[in-house]
Write a protein that binds this ligand. Structure first.
Ligand code: CP3
Length: 349
């Protein structure tokens, strides 16, 4: 195939990450593939979520849906943070209306001891194959691919609570009261998630994103003592790839100074944290990414545009900034608003 696109290394996202000037601000969206897109809903009528994830050709199709529909500056591989738990011995399903469920949650010392740490090249070969396949398509478009994994704490929340939970009390009591068991569990999760990121980089991912969705509920000293060391362990493994790493947490405002000590290249900021204050907490080093409230995308265009302007006002011409949402795209988001958002960000100089 003859391609006219410039090499991926010259894409806006990778240039911005390397500190090289770009024409405009790069933009991609967390959960940019999914139910808000009619193309996705059509595929979901025929296949379950896990079928889409585990059939490389289908995962490639879904990965490309948002980059075909919008002028996004990156694709993110279609998967979820939870399939790595299957290889460890947990039974995962996604139930309609309920979200993810682990049928045999981890509760005892014996459960933790029984968790396996398989090689992701075997246990998660379907996602690695999808990455290899989509890589060719993205090269033709000059677009980078983001690989991802869940962070140890967020994975522990699902492994222990077995599904949706308000306070994650079983997880946090294990963390506080059983330090040795916690260490054993978190070391296994950090190893599996870190090795998976490394394998994704080997398969062709250009950037590696760590999602720590539930970390915002932790006291700072609990994060520092019981969670940060394992994020570091995961990053140490993934960093062997030499690829840039994005670290994102929801409600992580009070933790940003600690998150900055991990050496992550990019720190994702949620919408509750003012970007100026976020910069104050992280210092000048990391690139900041965020942080439009996903609910803004449900508003009329003049409201949405004002909210985008506000994000840029807070970023104050920071050249170490990537535009994104403060969390994932909501399922009820109008497709047209996503298009207008991406095009508008690309107009701002
Ligand atoms: O473009 C993309 O970003 C899609 C790939 C992706 C999915 N999940 C697919 C998915 C990514 C990056 C994720 C990450 C993920 N999954 C996180 C971390 C980021 C975040 O949003 O906080 C978490 C906590 C999960 C766990 C998860 N998966 C939940 C809680 C749910 C149910 C809630 C929901 O949004 O439906 C899922 C299901 C899920 N994962 C869907 C998609 C597209 C919806 C499933 C469907 O089609 O029915």
């Amino acid at each position: 195939m003859i391609t006219t696109a410039p090499p991926v290394a010259e894409s806006r996202l990778l240039r911005r990450i390397q500190g090289v000037p770009t024409d405009v601000t790069p933009v991609w969206l967390m959960r940019q593939a999914g139910r808000y897109m009619p193309e996705y809903r059509a595929l979901r009528q025929q296949h379950s979520l896990l079928e889409l994830i585990k059939t490389p050709e289908l995962a490639v199709d879904v990965t490309l849906q948002p980059v075909n529909a919008f002028d996004l500056d990156a694709a993110i591989i279609f998967s979820d943070i939870l399939p790595p738990l299957e290889g460890m011995g947990l039974e995962l399903s996604f139930l309609k209306g309920e979200g993810p469920v682990i049928h045999n949650p981890v509760r005892t010392a014996a459960d933790i001891a029984a968790l396996r740490t398989p090689d992701p090249r075997e246990s998660l070969c379907y996602t690695l194959e999808a990455i290899r396949l989509v890589r060719n398509e993205l090269d033709a478009r000059g677009l980078p691919l983001i690989g991802f994994a869940g962070a140890p704490f967020t994975l522990a929340c699902y492994a222990i609570e077995g599904g949706k939970s308000r306070y994650h009390e079983n997880t946090r009591i294990l963390m506080l009261a059983e330090p040795e068991l916690w260490h054993e569990l978190m070391t296994k999760l950090a190893t599996v998630a870190g090795e998976f990121l490394l394998a994704q980089a080997e398969a062709g991912a250009d950037v590696l994103n760590i999602f720590d969705t539930w970390v915002g509920e932790l006291a700072s000293h609990h994060y520092r003592d019981h969670v940060l060391p394992y994020v570091m362990q995961m990053i140490d493994i993934a960093a062997r790839s030499g690829k840039p790493i994005i670290l994102f947490g929801v409600g992580s405002g009070p933790l940003l100074d600690l998150m900055a000590t991990t050496g992550a290249t990019v720190i994702g900021i949620d919408w509750r944290t003012n970007l100026q204050r976020a910069r104050f907490r992280t210092g000048p080093e990391p690139i900041l990414q965020g942080n439009l409230d996903p609910v803004s995308l449900l508003a009329p265009w003049d409201v949405l545009r004002r909210e985008i302007d506000e994000v840029f006002a807070q970023a104050e011409g920071d050249s170490r900034f990537i535009f994104n949402l403060g969390h994932g795209v909501l399922p009820q988001t109008p497709v047209d608003n996503v298009r207008r958002l991406v095009d508008y960000v690309h107009q701002i100089r």
